[in-house]
Design a protein around this ligand. Structure first.
Ligand code: ADP
Ligand code: MG
Length: 356
């Protein structure tokens, strides 16, 4: 029992039997609380990432209410429900100013860090597509933008150029990996505008997105191995579904030795994604899938590399070059995607024609 957390857990329940750490999330602190009658998830919202927890909780409330109005036969995914405090608030602010919330616990599930079988990729594609399809009728204007600037690649590129000027690119000349990053960005920076330009031109429209659909934010039922829930909803906000699909493929298709983009996982994931999302996909949505798949690792590489040049202020590191290595990894993944451009675009055309 983590007794220091007891007064906090008791804001949400009268009696608490046990509190244990849950999962291995990197952003929030997450615990499983047992009461004599049930279990729930207790989370401290990371305030260095999210400055307005009330906006996160307001978005989650809107999402819960919207999902509750959908016909239960058509909904194949659960999302955690907000459990109110004893004072009927959606979160509790402790004496240090930290915000805590309680969510319903989705039992008998596990989150995984890498794809075990192709069936996992089919599940991930289905879950993200289903999530997007269910929310495609929710007006994104009703949600707060909890992370302004998130996935706006031209801004990340601009920040990089500013940092480069400030640091005079000192590290770049001397270090081979750093040179690789700088050269990769210089060579491909033209792609940074792809999605934002399409958004400005009205070719891609704002919808409700998850914002962080990494593999470990899907909960698989331990027995059936099917995804039954999508969690970590702090970044649910107005955005382009292309950010989500690019990020989901980035996280699921990334093989390590050697760093590459796995075409079989991509095929399985995109196919099951489009079986769901195809219901609202436009011609332009299909057209911008490949640019999105290519852009998201490029964007993340820029963010890691910029942070490395700035002295690792944003992404936590255990050694000083970790963000440099992370950047190299993302750029290699991006290079692998670019090398497979014709196969990926043919796959998208094939899937589109099968669905129309
Ligand atoms: P982070 O933002 O830190 O990644 P998450 O909301 O993803 O936080 O939670 C971290 C981990 O806790 C998840 O990967 C999952 O294993 C577990 N978890 C979180 N919420 C629930 C829930 N409602 N039911 C079951 N497990 C959960
Ligand atoms: Mg998570």
């Amino acid at each position: 029992m983590l007794s220091t957390l007891l007064p906090i857990a008791k804001q949400f329940a009268t009696a608490v039997s046990e509190i244990i750490p849950l999962g291995n999330g990197l952003i929030n602190d997450t615990y499983l609380v047992a009461t004599p009658v049930s279990q729930f998830v207790l989370q401290r919202i990371n305030h260095s990432v999210f400055s307005a927890p009330e906006q996160i909780m307001s978005n989650l409330t809107s999402l819960n209410q919207y999902m509750a109005r959908l016909s239960s036969v058509s909904v194949k995914l659960q999302i955690p429900e907000i459990l109110k405090t004893n004072a009927n608030d959606s979160f509790y602010r402790d004496r240090n100013g930290d915000c805590w919330r309680a969510l319903s616990f989705i039992a008998n599930t596990e989150s995984i860090e890498s794809i075990r079988h192709i069936a996992d990729a089919e599940q991930a594609g289905f879950a993200l597509g289903h999530f997007h399809r269910l929310l495609s009728d929710l007006n994104p204007g009703l949600l707060h933008d909890t992370l302004p600037g998130f996935h706006i690649a031209p801004t990340y590129l601009n920040d990089y150029h500013q940092v480069l000027l400030r640091t005079a690119g000192g590290a770049i000349e001397t270090d081979r990996q750093s040179r690789y990053c700088a050269e990769f960005i210089a060579r491909f920076q033209i792609i940074a505008d792809d999605l934002e330009t399409a958004k400005k031109q009205g070719l891609l429209t704002l919808r409700v997105i998850h914002g962080d659909p990494k593999l470990n934010n899907f909960l698989f039922d331990k027995q059936s191995k099917k995804i039954v829930s999508i969690i970590d909803l702090d970044t649910v906000k107005p955005g382009l579904v292309h950010y989500d699909i690019g990020d989901c493929l980035r996280s699921c298709c990334h093989t390590v030795e050697p760093v590459a983009f796995d075409p079989d996982i991509c095929t399985a994931l995109l196919k099951s994604y489009l079986l769901e999302a195809g219901a609202f996909f436009s011609e332009h949505d299909y057209h911008y899938l490949y640019p999105a798949i290519r852009l998201i690792p490029f964007e993340l590489g820029i963010r890691f590399y910029t942070d490395y040049l700035e002295g690792n202020r944003y992404f936590k590191v255990t050694e000083p070059e970790q963000n440099l290595h992370r950047a190299v990894n993302q750029f290699k993944l991006c290079a692998s995607i670019i090398a497979q451009e014709s196969a990926i675009t043919s796959l998208i055309s094939r899937l589109q024609s099968q669905l129309s």
